[in-house]
Design a protein around this ligand. Structure first.
Ligand code: SDX
Length: 427
């Protein structure tokens, strides 16, 4: 691999250093491009631009590889659990038994959310989308935890991680309880993290609540699969907001809003709504494949395609297998699943999708499992947010600890050139 890249501009030659990552990804370092040439790059959607160097996640879109801190997603989803994976993603190593126990104990120090937060929740109408409520409640946490994180202090950073893991889970489940008109539950510090998710969501004061291990294990696996995904839209948002030295809660709140969009995390809800629309319209997969291919039709096959994966999203493979297992174990025969499999089968052999490398992504099957597990559709993206929290925290921490500069992209101006003020009568 050459050590530099050559650029010729206006008859001048410029050399820029080549940077090669630990998995041999090649980058042209253009940090001095404008200073040397006066020119900038133009890359809408940052499809070709690396925003940072990171040690957290490795993705290979062509090969369908996803690793957290060097461990494959297949290995972790088969052998680990969400709290352990959260520790790995955030701190870089699999925890020892003591580290994991301390992590769980230290998170429990922060699982009581200030009662006044309920007043903010009460201010929302019952039909408010849970992601909008979650983003607001997350930002509101700053009001009750105003202490600025000293990122130079490992202990301060560790405590901020535990506080965010503890409080975010509780307020995320409150968004569901609000839509149902149920009383808000409290975290039980004698139970595990994902066990608490189940209780916080579904336990009612009127009857005993038994956690179904099949459902709990499936949700734990789903959270692992959603935990991190390098510089996706919401994670880049968390980094960008955090780069101004805004607080961790404020940065996570912005990430929740970015994830909400149907092109990103909101796709899992959009997939279910699409499958239900197809079902209500007679189940004709072909009709909707044709709509997805019609440039004059805004319809897109939700859950298909990915900015990075030009092969199968490795998470989709695992989730599809889990969907089959969970629905079989729960004895759920969901016709929606049959429509999803038909769509996938036909799309994978269709030239339009093949030529654009459009494969099922993480969102295509996750909604089907969530529905079988009793999670309501409008909560699917909140599930994604709970899973993605450790990734957001890890990336924010890496960006701040590495003292990265405030994110401030350039632009190419294409508007009006200089002109003088016109009096009202002259307009
Ligand atoms: C997530 O980035 C991440 O890592 C995200 C994520 C994570 O873990 O954080 O993996 C989670 O967000 C997964 C993606 C969920 N979104 C969806 O399922 C929504 C449907 N998918 C698309 O909107 C789209 O595929 C994107 C947004 C995911 C990717 O869009 P790109 O990379 O900008 O690609 P593009 O829009 O330029 O599309 C390229 C071509 C176009 O056709 P042509 O102009 O070349 O003729 O493919 C077509 C698009 O029209 N296309 C689709 C399509 N996705 C792309 N056509 C029909 N249906 C689709 N779903």
């Amino acid at each position: 691999m050459s050590k530099t890249a050559i650029l010729e501009l206006d008859g001048k030659r410029y050399e820029f250093p080549i940077f090669v990552g630990s998995e041999n990804e090649v980058a042209i370092d253009v940090e001095k491009l404008r200073a040397l040439t006066g020119a900038i790059t133009l890359d809408p959607g940052f499809k070709n631009s690396g925003s940072c160097k990171s040690e957290i996640t490795y993705l290979d879109g062509e090969e369908g590889i996803l690793r957290y801190r060097g461990y494959s997603i297949e290995d972790l989803s088969a052998n680990s659990n969400f709290l352990e994976v959260s520790y790995l993603v955030i701190f870089g190593e699999l925890p020892t038994a003591k580290q994991l126990k301390d992590f769980e104990t230290d998170i429990r120090k922060y699982t009581l959310v200030n009662e006044e937060m309920k007043g903010i929740l009460d201010g929302f109408p019952k039909h408010a989308h849970p992601m909008g409520v979650l983003s607001s409640l997350t930002s509101a946490l700053t009001a009750f935890n105003p202490k600025v994180v000293n990122v130079e202090s490992e202990k301060d950073m560790y405590d901020a991680v535990c506080k965010t893991m503890g409080k975010f889970l509780v307020i995320a489940t409150w968004t569901y309880r609000k839509t149902k008109g149920y009383p808000l539950n409290y975290y039980d510090n004698t139970k595990g993290y994902v066990d608490n998710f189940m209780r916080l969501m579904f336990e009612l004061p009127t009857e005993p609540y038994e956690i179904d291990p099949v459902i709990k294990n499936a949700i734990d696996k789903l959270f692992i699969l959603h935990a991190e995904h390098e510089q996706n839209c919401s994670t880049s948002t968390v980094r960008m907001v955090g780069s101004s030295h805004a607080g961790l809660f404020a940065s996570i709140s912005a990430g929740v809003s970015a994830l909400w969009g149907p092109l990103h995390g909101g796709a899992n809800q959009a997939v279910l709504e699409m499958l239900e629309e197809i079902q209500n319209d007679g189940g004709d997969a072909e009709k909707y494949l044709d709509k997805a291919k019609d440039k004059n039709d805004p319809f897109r096959l939700m859950g298909f395609g990915h900015r990075v994966y030009k092969n199968f999203d490795p998470r989709a493979r695992i989730i599809k297998k889990a969907a089959d297992e969970v629905l079989a174990k729960l004895g759920v025969d969901d016709p929606i699943l049959a429509i999803a499999k038909k769509l996938e089968e036909r799309a994978l052999e269709d030239e339009y999708f093949k030529s654009r490398s459009l494969y099922p992504n993480v969102d295509f099957y996750s909604g089907i499992i969530y529905r079988a597990l009793g999670i309501p559709t409008e909560m699917f993206t909140v599930m994604f947010a709970i899973g993605r929290l450790p990734g957001w925290i890890a990336q924010w921490k890496e960006m701040r600890v590495n003292k990265e500069p405030i994110a401030r992209p350039r632009q190419v101006y294409v508007g009006e050139t200089l002109r003088s003020y016109k009096k009202m009568d002259d307009r």
